[in-house]
Design a protein around this ligand. Structure first.
Ligand SMILES: [Zn+2]
Length: 472
């Protein structure tokens, strides 16, 4: 091999490094990570990383209802819940007469699979927008709620689609971190987009609230996970290539005590209606009026801090009305309170009442997204984003889809988000507004450029001796 061939070989070797040649993005969600849990004393490694990144210090606003499945879909599609169609963790579709229950809260056989049928989904998730843009782009979903589900649009599912099954622990999350790194760096068919979901700290907060020290342990595990992940990320030299957005689906609010839990079963029973996780679908107007009266009287009598809305009276700012899947009667617990469709007052009294032995430690979500307690954390870092930069203004989680499309160099499909606040996270001069110029900027900045440049250089080098005498 002469020196020209050696040079070409070296160039080509460099160009086949495992990374995708497309702009790359990792979207991470730590379920229920409220924006103000990002404290140095609680999660020192995440805090340090956030300090070096673009950090939305007041968090990001969720959508009503502030539950897990719908907000993960809003992040992925940029749509309000009434638009993308996932309007709760479990809810009823009166047209199809079918129940959605992705997390199997109702315990019905086959319900998880039934919640993945394509008719449920009306939005275009980022993993599909990315893959549809060019056939060489590949996406992965690691446990993202409904990330493995079949959508009505091509290519229906991402290249890697790992379904969520369990909460997991530090050991299993570290294995997942290895797999995320592998998805970006594998020699063949590496991906350029990953959505990765971790079910904590939400799970711990529901069972323990903020005050019995369990949350500190879980946050420590998440911090250890993040340190492990970032170290491996840096060891693989991904920092200059892969953008990261770290966020959550909603915040959390401590429930004051058992008297602040409205057990709906006590006031609504019998037949003539369906139930979602925070709403009721009466079969007739008359039944609806009776249920509404029972509930509003119960609120008055027991002093529950829960608003009972007729669907048509739901605040406009929630964008939570325009869907047949939203029940005629909608519950809105205030911060400090909760509703439950599974408990009874008797059970609560027995376990947590004056003579009960257990202290009531529990937190929940589902409240008004304009309350600060419902806000999730939001940090972004990588070649697209500014460093050591904080933004106090509060974007909406539907804005993230546009931002992700921008970072990936693709055109978003129709959605409800804007770039107004989130665009401030972008590095100036490098990531220009969404124009053809932007795409060119991306190409000159990325592996795409290397793939054009390197073979061209090889051709030039190969033919050079016939024209010019070169010094090697
Ligand atoms: Zn959640």
């Amino acid at each position: 091999m002469n020196i020209k061939q050696l040079l070409c070989a070296l160039f080509l070797l460099y160009s086949v490094k495992g990374l995708s040649r497309h702009p790359k993005l990792l979207l991470i969600s730590f379920d229920g990570f409220r924006y103000d849990l990002l404290e140095k004393g609680l999660v020192p490694n995440i805090y340090k990383w956030a300090s070096m990144s673009t950090w939305f210090t007041s968090g990001v606003k969720s959508q009503y209802v502030t539950y897990t499945a719908p907000n993960h879909m809003s992040i992925a599609t940029g749509m309000y819940e009434e638009e993308h169609g996932i309007v709760g963790n479990y809810f009823f579709d009166p047209d199809k007469k079918k129940m959605f229950d992705y997390f199997n809260s109702t315990g019905k056989e086959g319900i998880v699979n039934a919640s993945q049928a394509d008719f449920w989904f009306k939005g275009d998730p980022i993993w599909l927008t990315n893959e549809r843009w060019e056939t060489t782009r590949r996406s992965a979903s690691f446990y993202w709620p409904n990330g493995e589900s079949s959508f009505p649009y091509l290519p229906h599912t991402p290249k890697i689609a790992r379904p969520w099954t369990v909460v997991g622990d530090l050991k299993s999350w570290m294995k997942d971190a290895d797999d995320v790194i592998d998805a970006f760096t594998r020699e063949t068919e590496s991906v350029n987009f990953v959505a990765w979901y971790v079910a904590e700290p939400d799970h711990t907060l529901h069972g323990n609230g903020f005050h019995n020290k369990e949350i500190e342990k879980t946050l420590k595990h998440l911090d250890d996970l993040f340190l492990y992940f970032i170290k491996k990320f840096d060891d693989n030299n991904l920092g200059t290539d892969v953008n990261i957005i770290l966020t959550a689906d909603h915040g959390h609010a401590e429930i004051k005590d058992h008297k602040h839990v409205m057990c709906v079963k006590n006031f609504v029973n019998g037949a003539g209606f369906e139930m979602g996780d925070h709403m009721i679908y009466p079969h007739s107007e008359e039944i609806g009026k009776q249920i509404y009266t029972n509930l509003t009287e119960a609120v008055k009598k027991h002093g529950y801090e829960v608003n009972i809305h007729w669907k048509e009276d739901i605040p406009e700012r929630w964008h939570y009305k325009n869907s047949s899947r939203i029940g005629k009667i909608v519950f809105e617990p205030q911060v400090g309170s909760a509703i439950s469709f599974s408990c009874t007052n008797e059970q609560m009294e027995k376990q947590y009442g004056e003579n009960g032995t257990a202290k009531f430690n529990s937190s929940t979500h589902g409240q008004d997204p304009d309350r600060p307690e419902m806000r999730a954390f939001l940090i972004m870092r990588g070649p697209a984003f500014s460093e050591n930069y904080t933004i106090a203004d509060i974007p909406s989680n539907v804005d993230l889809y546009n931002l992700m499309c921008h970072v990936l160099g693709i055109t978003p499909t129709e959605n409800n988000g804007t770039m107004e606040i989130v665009k401030r996270a972008l590095k100036e001069n490098r990531y220009l507004p969404m124009t053809h110029g932007f795409v060119f900027n991306q190409i000159t900045d990325s592996w795409s450029f290397s793939l054009i440049l390197i073979p061209s250089m090889c051709i030039v080098i190969a033919f050079l001796p016939t024209a010019v005498k070169i010094p090697f």
